[in-house]
Design a binder for this molecule. Sequence first.
Ligand code: SF4
Length: 214
Amino acid sequence: MVLPASEVSRRKTIMLRNADAFSKRVPLALQKEQRGLAREIQRRQYRDNDVKALGVLYDYVDRVMAHGKGNVACKRGCSACCKAEIALWQLEADLIAAKTGVAVRSVPLDPGRKMTPYTMTTSPCPFLVNETCSIYAYRPLACRTMVSFDADSTLCQFDHRFDTPALMMIDRATTFGGVYEAFNVILHRNGGGAGDIREFFGESPVKVGDNHQA
Ligand code: SF4
């Protein structure tokens, strides 16, 4: 379904209201906790274990997003953003491979490369099975922080790829600035490359073959 411009415009009010309600609902203590993440992942138990440090960030994002119910369009079975470009780092790709046993490619580090979040593609993520993520517990940070404040997923669909309002999606820099600061610390010491998830795992559906779904 393609919405007329007037309806897209009307929805902006809904998006702003939802974003505001969400930010008020996240407890202050949880918001403050984010400021210490970059320090936390440099403690001894995380300093030499990037996967464990990554887990701290994944857990934090999930605890914040648990407060999004009622204000986000995202829900199980909705997979519009799984057809977008999904930025993935080698560390995250290796974690998925280790947890699922699927083969992973190495993507070289290209410091000049810029990822383009929310760019729609015509091929779904290789881990999308029956419109559900088959590696939900190990999905990358890009997926965990890709959140729509709209009333439903209509504007997330491919047909609307050119007129999706920026305010529809969560502002990662504002909402998860501390997470990405800590993430950069981990990436810097890990040194792996980055790319779209299909560069690491191919475009064909990947069979994980177990119960990794959330
Ligand atoms: S990893 Fe999972 S959530 Fe992320 S794009 Fe792929 S199927 Fe969707």
